[in-house]
Design a protein around this ligand. Structure first.
Ligand code: NAP
Length: 227
């Protein structure tokens, strides 16, 4: 049985990814910062719940300790929790980078001992094409006109951290993914996006890679995405 942890999985793309991986037979831990929302989501899906605020060291350590005690390992880690700040000031920058980028370090470091006990350890970072320097500088791409400096910059950092982890942890796959523009609470103000079910499929594609799968890539559903 594959043991999978998804951060920020109480709603949106993370919730749908959990649903699809449960269908594939994974033991899924829904990480959510809010116990009520997380327990409700886990009960609906038939998943397990761990309280996990990706900005809180103690919460992250406790969540991984819970999984360690129950499973003794972690096979798949999906960094999905994220925020999109539309204001541009110091506090919003700290929140953006803490949730979207620093959390990658916080959760990965806590998970590494468990991932090293897996025979097919696999980490998927839900990043964004808004963090691609190529897309943001390409007038043909929608990201060119996206005035989301903090979201973009924090997702660039998330992608870069994924690349560095892929290099420093050769026994573990680390890939970053752009799931596709999706109608969730994050994008509700813009009124854009496709159903989460479709975007979750892109994440699931990376979450089910076998031992010979790639590491250190940045992909969307069409394949490799330029940095
Ligand atoms: P969403 O519906 O707003 O879901 C975001 C999730 O992250 C929620 O479960 C939220 O929990 C959780 N979260 C936020 N801060 C957290 C924290 N400190 N600790 C733990 N969980 C936290 O947005 P979504 O569209 O599904 O986004 C999921 C991921 O996809 C994000 O990383 C996003 O950047 C990425 N993405 C989305 C799109 C898109 O078009 N929607 C495109 C590219 C990439 P609460 O319910 O407690 O707030």
């Amino acid at each position: 049985m594959t043991v999978t942890l998804i951060t920020g999985a109480n709603k949106g793309i993370g919730y749908e990814t959990a649903r699809q991986l449960l269908e594939l037979g994974h033991t899924v831990y829904i990480g959510a910062r809010d116990t009520e929302r997380g327990e409700k989501a886990a009960a609906e899906l038939g998943a397990r719940f761990v309280q996990l605020d990706v900005t809180d060291e103690a919460s992250v350590r406790s969540a991984l300790a819970t999984i360690d005690a129950a499973e003794g390992r972690l096979d798949v880690l999906i960094h999905n929790a994220g925020v999109l700040e539309t204001t541009l000031d110091g506090p919003a920058a700290l929140r953006s980078f803490d949730t979207n980028a620093v959390s990658i370090v916080r959760v990965t470091e806590a998970a590494l001992p468990l991932l090293r006990r897996s025979s097919n350890a696999n980490v998927v970072t839900v990043s964004s094409s808004a963090g691609s320097f190529w897309a943001v500088n390409n007038p043909e791409r929608p990201e060119f006109n996206l005035p989301l400096a903090l979201y973009s910059a924090s997702k660039s950092a998330a992608t870069m951290l994924t690349v560095h982890y892929a290099k420093s942890q050769p026994g573990i796959k680390f890939n970053a993914v752009e799931p596709g523009t999706t109608a969730t609470d994050m994008t509700a103000a813009f009124g854009i996006g496709r159903p989460a079910e479709q975007s979750a499929r892109v994440i699931v594609g990376l979450a089910v890679l076998d031992e010979s799968g790639p590491s250190g890539t940045f992909q969307d559903e069409a394949g490799h995405l330029p940095w």
